[in-house]
Design a protein around this ligand. Structure first.
Ligand code: GDP
Length: 439
């Protein structure tokens, strides 16, 4: 899914990854490439323009934590903006009581409407509903037969009649559903190869006659902007409640998925990701964004890093460092923050330049506990000034923390090395860590 877009965006991020900071000029270069990638993915032009502006603004305003690469920060920003563009999440189906809840499916011929009717039926059965499918596509010769076959496969009843009046079939079907205790009715209407007045009139008449509670447009995502344009036209006639995008499994570009919500204002409810009847998924913009970027791990990394090492704290450490007042308490806090981020090695491995140096290092819970015990056995003065810790003090601290004097010396050494290296690299939290473990 979306392979070509993913590949192009990733090469943009890579081109930024070697540089130290996000600046006007490198972000402009990167955004030119992002824009190109999106246009090639067949995303609507106006949307691309606005999207790139939003990303650029967010990138220039972003605090780049020293430990992260600009490429990583940009990935997170693009991820968030993609999520916004496709969102918000709205996969609810509004059921009415008393039923039946009527769901009308509209869309062009071949978009996957009939298949989707059965997929949706299956989905509803899994939610404890008793749907009825209505073969109201009287246009495509094999549509009724196809729905009947799908009905047999899924065990979902199908209503059909041998007449050419779509409005009457729909009306009769609702009555039939009421009589048979079906609580949801899925109406598969007729499409055409292209939008034409006859089709629009027919589906509008059916809608008028049975006043569906939900009207979903089924769209073939592989047709890109054509899908989006037809969605716009359907929306003007039918007041859609949402869109079901099919064939995402075969869509390398992603243009329809990215534009349809922004163009029509209607949420994507479900996506079809295969021909089989269980291949219907609720649409989640955040998951889709990370699928597009193929970078879920980096996004998580950046989020966690931002949470734990917020700019303020980094600045505070830096100031202390400059004043020479970075003590054991700060050191401990730094270690705790690292611990909170999860497996230290796993996190840092993701950071270019750090992973290799951390191969044999891990900070597990027990090591951190020991560090804490040692620091807590120090007097406040000792915590501020490790040079005070002479052999008698070392013995006292070891006794107080249930450790050996050796453990105390090694922590003091580690602390000093960290502090000195942090000074040298001017304070980035991870700079300190890197020094700590590489010496
Ligand atoms: P309709 O004319 O809109 O009713 O379209 P159909 O339901 O007959 O579907 C047209 C073709 O698209 C069929 O071959 C389906 O199997 C296929 N199709 C539908 N949804 C999907 C999907 O999500 N993924 C894939 N790969 N094929 C799909």
């Amino acid at each position: 899914m979306f392979e070509s877009l993913t590949e192009k965006l990733n090469s943009v991020f890579k081109s930024l990854s070697g540089r130290g900071r996000i600046t006007e000029s490198n972000i402009s270069d990167a955004m030119r490439d992002v824009r190109k990638a999106l246009l090639e993915a067949d995303v609507n032009y106006n949307i691309v323009k606005q999207f790139c502006k939003d990303v650029r603004d967010a990138a220039l305003g972003a605090e780049v934590i020293k430990s992260l690469h600009p490429g990583q920060v940009l990935i997170k920003i693009v991820n968030d903006e993609l999520t916004k563009l496709m969102g918000p999440v709205d996969t609810r189906i509004y059921f009415v009581s008393p039923g039946p809840t009527i769901i009308l499916l509209a869309g062009l011929q071949g978009c996957g409407k009939t298949t989707t009717a059965a997929k949706l039926g299956n989905y509803l059965v899994s939610k404890g509903k008793r749907p009825l499918m209505v073969a109201d596509d009287l246009q495509r010769p094999a549509a009724i037969e196809q729905l009947k076959v799908l009905g047999e496969q899924t065990g979902i009843p199908v209503y059909s009649e041998e007449i050419k009046d779509a409005v009457r079939v729909a009306r009769n079907a609702i009555k039939h559903a009421k009589d048979s205790g079906n609580d949801v009715v899925i109406v598969d209407t007729a499409g055409r190869l292209h939008i034409d007045e006859e089709m629009m009139t027919e589906v509008a008449n059916v809608a008028k006659a049975i006043t569906p509670h939900q009207i979903y447009l089924v769209c073939d995502s592989m047709t890109g902007q054509d899908a989006v344009n037809s969605a716009k036209e359907f929306n003007e006639r039918l007041e859609l409640d949402g869109v079901i995008l099919t064939k995402l499994d075969g869509d390398a570009r992603g243009g329809a998925a990215l534009s349809v919500k922004a163009v029509t204002g209607k949420p994507i409810k479900f996506i079809g990701v295969g021909e089989k009847l269980d291949k219907l998924e609720e649409f989640h913009p955040d998951r889709m964004a990370s699928r597009i970027l193929g970078m879920g791990d980096v996004v998580t990394l950046v989020e966690k890093a931002q949470e734990q090492f917020d700019a303020e704290e980094a600045a505070r450490f830096q100031k202390k460092m400059a004043k020479g007042s970075f003590g054991f308490d700060d050191f401990l806090k730094q270690m705790q923050a690292v611990k909170k981020m999860g497996g230290l090695k796993d996190m840092l491995k993701l950071m270019p330049g750090l992973g290799g140096q951390l191969k044999d290092v891990d900070l597990d819970g027990s090591e951190l506990k020991q560090m804490e015990a040692i620091v807590h056995s120090m007097t406040p003065k000792e915590r501020r000034d490790p040079d005070l810790i002479d052999p008698p003090r070392r013995r006292r601290i070891a006794a107080g923390s249930g450790t050996q004097p050796n453990d105390v010396s090694s922590l003091v050494k580690t602390f000093k090395r960290s502090r000195d290296m942090m000074k040298a690299v001017s304070g980035g939290s991870f700079g300190g860590l890197k020094a700590l473990f590489s010496g």
